[in-house]
Design a protein around this ligand. Structure first.
Ligand code: CAA
Length: 259
């Protein structure tokens, strides 16, 4: 197994397990973590012995609390668009289109880019302490890793609109009720539950599964994703973005002016 700075990887028989490992930052996705995740997913996908990939977060608090706000808060509009475009290409679109099925085991906060990673995965299960949301508009920005598209695809436009515009978190049972996750278990049981789910997949044809993933994904157009990248970048040029991200770092409530 390769050594990474921000993630851990292991194999157990036909399973490849990836654990995002920045617990002090609640596993927030900085550029380096995204690059490492790309490499780990790519390696497992190319390995014919690995039939299912499980992705989870380390610690008991977070799956992933989002993209790393401190890394991008001083970016301009162009850098903001590039952040979304690179992230989507390297990780979110990449995971969605893998041949090998990916199960996200959501073990706590799955916010912003964290929820977006779970949405790009093929199956999601959660522990009962999970808190799930796309809080980007509370920072003066929008989801930029496919969240505006995939959340609506999975739970419907009405609920996605409400979650994104209110920036509120839902709990694990609400997520189950919305069809956002397919199972909720206690935190100590989560990895075993993910492995049980993987066991159901292992009985079937990997070739047919990879064809099914392609066919299901083909139903969705790319136009919305392009629009999301553009608007994500545009948000970086607003005063509200500066205020929202600065308020996060200063641990205070933002005062938005709409400029
Ligand atoms: N980026 C960078 N650092 C983060 C982070 C993030 N997304 N989320 C948490 N952290 C850091 C905190 O700054 C803190 O670091 P310090 O100890 O150095 O101050 C550490 O992780 C622990 O977090 P908190 O002290 O805030 O923990 P808490 O229990 O009080 O709150 C929380 C937990 C509600 C999840 C809170 O951390 C939070 O609101 N995080 C941000 C969530 C968010 O807005 N995510 C969306 C990011 S934007 C995005 O993802 C854009 C995109 O689509 C591309």
């Amino acid at each position: 197994m390769k050594n990474y700075n921000n993630i851990l990887t292991e194999t157990q028989d036909a399973l490849g397990i990836i654990t995002i490992n920045r617990p002090k930052q609640l596993n927030a996705l900085n550029k380096e973590t995204i690059a490492e995740l790309h490499e780990a997913f790519d390696d497992f996908n190319k390995d014919d012995n690995i039939r299912v990939i499980i992705v989870t977060g380390s610690g008991e608090k977070a799956f992933v609390a989002g993209a790393d706000i401190k890394e991008f808060m001083n970016f301009n509009a162009e850098q903001g668009r590039e952040l979304a475009a690179n992230g989507q290409e390297l990780l979110f679109d990449f995971v969605e289109n893998l041949d090998t099925p990916v199960i996200a085991a959501i073990n706590g906060f799955a916010l912003g880019g964290g929820l977006e990673l779970a949405l790009a995965s093929h199956i999601r299960i959660a522990s009962d302490n999970a808190k799930i949301g796309l809080p980007e508009v509370s920072l003066g920005v929008i989801p930029g890793y496919g969240g505006t598209q995939r959340l609506a695809q999975i739970i419907g436009k009405g609920r996605a609109m409400e979650m994104i515009l209110s920036a509120t978190m839902i709990d694990a049972n609400t997520a189950l009720n919305y069809g956002l996750v397919s199972e909720v278990v206690s935190q100590p049981e989560l990895l075993d539950a993910a492995k049980r789910k993987a066991g159901q997949l292992l009985k079937n044809s990997p070739k047919a599964q990879s064809f099914a993933i392609k066919a299901i994904n083909a139903a969705y157009t790319r136009k919305g994703f392009e629009m999301e990248k553009d608007l994500f970048g545009q948000a970086f040029a607003t005063e509200d973005f500066k205020e929202g991200t600065t308020a996060f770092v200063e641990r205070r409530k933002p005062e938005f002016t709409g400029k």
